[in-house]
Design a protein around this ligand. Structure first.
Ligand code: EPZ
Length: 427
């Protein structure tokens, strides 16, 4: 089968699903997109060879590898391992076209600033989830002594040297926390971040930085301390499993009343989702690095889910779990508190027979006996995943277009789901 890259070029971007088959069997969860992206950016902080294992082959990862190559690093993939050599001279500028390919590459700002003392990147701009402001990033780096000005759609940062200080984030932003970590590793003295994001991907980034020789404590908690060091060396690292991919597979298994085992998971990273699945009547067996879930014949609804910063219910899990709730036996309510516009999948689910009413950031989902297959369009990454979950549960044929969104976060989704018995293929 043509590689995902080829399929993007050939624009083969439709999934067809013959739904109604309970998912059965075992599938391995790949490395976490939201950990590997900042980790790849962090490789420019040393002048060495970095070996990153379990690096999923995703569109966003390929874009990040293109950015590293543009900056002057040498990057190659060997299976699921990516090797990044950053010994040479690096440029400090990311062109607009590359930045536009991936809104969330803003964490290169901190990394380039640390390595090159100045950075020129284009503003990430809005995206499918609504505006992607970076005020918290700008404020934090400014407090460390960076001179930042935005003009003509570009952000220009200068900082001969960054000074450690106390930084309080008004919101526990994942990206802003990552940018501060990347900017603080060489800063003079100690930087303390309070109200830091606690997502596991932050702890994984810090683990990689510490393997390079950084001095970071408390990552994964609300208070992170970074003590500046003189230089860092190349490191080897295995990326944590993708907790949102795990959630998506479990939501699909629950929606199809199946029985699956996920391997290469860290159950502790998924407590909020696992608790919801239990409340829906799923029986869960939690292993060291696996989760086995048997779904009930009839799913119970969830009275109220509110997306929150980690360890609360993850915003990235909202849409796949909503797709599952469309066929629960009763009414569920979902509040999306993190992003402004993250209900674009609702209209597409309604086309498949779901009964969902949206009022601002709250969606009321009244379960229906069954969805019916339809032709639907992915509008963003996790919304696209929700359509896959719905298509697997629906009676009849579902066709999903705009796969480039889904391919940003799911490696070979059709192959992995087929291994669980799904009747799914890329057109
Ligand atoms: C990261 O995005 C993830 N992306 C997102 O995953 C995830 O949904 C999000 O964290 C929340 O968990 C990556 O890690 C690459 P934030 P990020 O900064 O860093 C507002 C996926 O599907 N905000 O925590 O952009 C912002 O507008 C993606 O894999 C400001 O107001 O998230 C949003 O409403 C989608 N000012 C909220 O905070 C800022 O300076 C959370 O954003 C920064 C953010």
């Amino acid at each position: 089968m043509a590689s995902q890259f080829l399929q993007e070029v050939l624009h083969v971007n439709r999934l067809t699903i013959e739904g109604g088959v309970p998912l059965e069997g075992s599938v391995r969860v790949h490395g976490a997109k939201n950990a590997v992206l900042p980790i790849l950016a962090a490789t420019i902080l040393n002048r060495g060879v970095n070996v990153i294992h379990d690096c999923p082959d995703l569109k966003d990862v390929r874009t990040t590898m293109k950015i590293l190559t543009h900056l002057g690093a040498s990057v190659k993939r060997e299976g699921s391992t990516v090797i990044v050599n950053t010994e040479g001279e690096l440029t400090n500028h990311i062109p607009d076209a590359l930045m536009r390919e991936m809104r969330s590459s803003i964490f290169f700002m901190g990394a380039i600033l640390s390595r090159c003392k100045s950075a020129r990147i284009s503003a990430p701009g809005g995206c499918e989830l609504g505006p992607r402001p970076i005020d918290l990033h700008i404020k934090a780096l400014g407090e460390m002594g960076a001179k930042i000005q935005e003009s003509h759609g570009y952000i220009n940062c200068e900082a001969e040297h960054l000074v450690g200080t106390n930084i309080h984030l008004a919101f526990p932003s994942v990206g802003a926390t990552e940018n501060v970590l990347l900017a603080a590793v060489f800063a003079d003295g100690k930087t303390t971040v309070t109200n830091a994001a606690k997502e596991p991907e932050i702890a994984d980034l810090a683990a990689f930085l510490n393997q390079m020789g950084a001095d970071i404590r408390g990552a994964g908690t609300g208070v992170v301390e970074i003590t500046g060091v003189k230089e860092l060396h190349g490191a080897e690292h295995t990326v944590i499993p993708d907790r949102i991919v795990a959630t998506t597979y479990l939501a699909a298994a629950a929606a199809t009343h199946g029985n699956v085992t996920l391997t290469n998971v860290i159950p502790a990273h998924n407590t909020a989702v696992l608790s919801c699945l239990k409340d829906c009547g799923c029986s869960l067996t939690i292993g060291e690095q696996s989760v086995t879930m048997r779904a009930p014949r009839v799913l119970a609804p969830l009275d109220y889910i509110k997306t929150l910063p980690y360890p609360g219910f993850p915003t990235d899990a909202q849409s796949p779990m909503m797709a599952m709730l469309t066929v629960a036996d009763g009414t569920s309510i979902v509040a999306e508190t993190i992003f402004e516009s993250r209900f674009k999948h609702v209209e597409e689910l309604v086309r498949m027979g779901a009964d969902i009413k949206v009022d601002g950031r709250v969606a009321v989902i009244r379960g229906v006996p069954a969805l019916s297959g339809a032709t639907v369009t992915a509008m963003d990454l996790r919304g696209g995943a929700a359509l896959v979950v719905a298509g697997l549960a629906a009676n009849g044929l579902t066709e999903i277009s705009n796969l480039q969104y889904i391919d940003r976060g799911y490696e070979d989704i059709e192959h992995n789901l087929r291994s669980l018995g799904a009747r799914i293929r890329r057109a």
